[in-house]
Design a protein around this ligand. Structure first.
Ligand code: SF4
Ligand code: SF4
Length: 241
């Protein structure tokens, strides 16, 4: 059984946010919820200013406090290391949110995708309403609904439960990459089996000294960061000519 992990190469990341948009489309992530997110920081005094951008997501911790604290086992570990959530077992108590040291779990306070429930025409007398648009395609339209997401969990999570990144378990199960990895134009995200010494993640972790977020607290995150952005060491990416 593999143990999945992600490496994020900060030298390659250009902070474009394509990963977050891809995640939103793939997983039908509602407004105000961010399975794929970022930490930004500006340091220095003008004109000597630096901007740091660190993409974030669920760290799929080996020693996951969100799982330990869940009274219903809704938050659980898969054998491949993915931290998974079952909306049908979730009672919305939010213990996992309080226990996660990374702030990557979100609570669905309202019915998701309010925009697509709007019956008003976007431009009066000129365009269809979002409701009419979704009805025309049987309610299954990106970004409202990617039916692939429903292969392993609810396609859209209901009001009153939590949700978070699943490393795109529905894609991984089919031998595909998480969609944030697929969509990254800079090849900054690398995904694979950390137990396989020949996998790309293992090789990168052997080559570069990685760090993990809050690694001193014993959660054993499985999202690893390597290098730091240095414009003097620009490398061509898959978006380059
Ligand atoms: S990052 Fe948070 S939600 Fe993800 S496995 Fe770790 S403790 Fe759980
Ligand atoms: S909110 Fe749901 S997943 Fe989180 S601890 Fe409560 S029951 Fe478990």
């Amino acid at each position: 059984m593999p143990r999945y992990a992600m490496v994020i190469d900060l030298q390659r990341c250009v902070g474009c946010g394509a990963c977050s948009i891809a995640c939103r489309n793939e997983n039908n992530v509602p407004e105000g919820i961010y399975w794929s997110n970022k930490i930004t920081e500006t340091v220095g005094v003008f004109p000597n200013v630096r901007y740091h951008y660190i993409p974030t997501l669920c760290n799929h911790c080996q020693n996951a406090p969100c799982v330990r604290g869940c009274p219903t086992k809704a938050m659980h570990k898969l054998a491949n290391g993915i931290t998974m959530h079952d909306p049908h077992k979730c009672i919305g108590c939010k213990y996992c949110m309080f226990n996660c040291p990374y702030g990557v779990i979100y609570f669905n306070w309202g019915k998701p995708h309010q925009f697509w429930r709007n019956k008003d025409e976007l431009i009066k007398g000129c365009t269809a309403s979002p409701v009419e648009e979704t009805k025309a395609v049987d309610g299954r339209v990106i970004p409202y609904y990617n039916p692939d997401r429903a292969e392993t969990s609810d396609g859209i999570r209901p009001k009153g439960v939590v949700e978070k990144c699943t490393f795109c378990d529905h894609r991984v199960k089919k031998g595909e990459l998480p969609y944030c990895v697929e969509a990254c134009p800079a090849k900054a995200r690398i995904f694979g089996d950390i137990k396989d010494p020949n996998s790309a993640v293992s090789k990168l972790l052997g080559k570069h000294r990685p760090f993990r977020l809050r690694e001193g607290i014993g959660t054993e995150p499985h999202v690893f960061y390597i290098r730091n952005f240095n414009p003097a060491q620009y490398e061509a990416t898959k978006g380059a000519a």
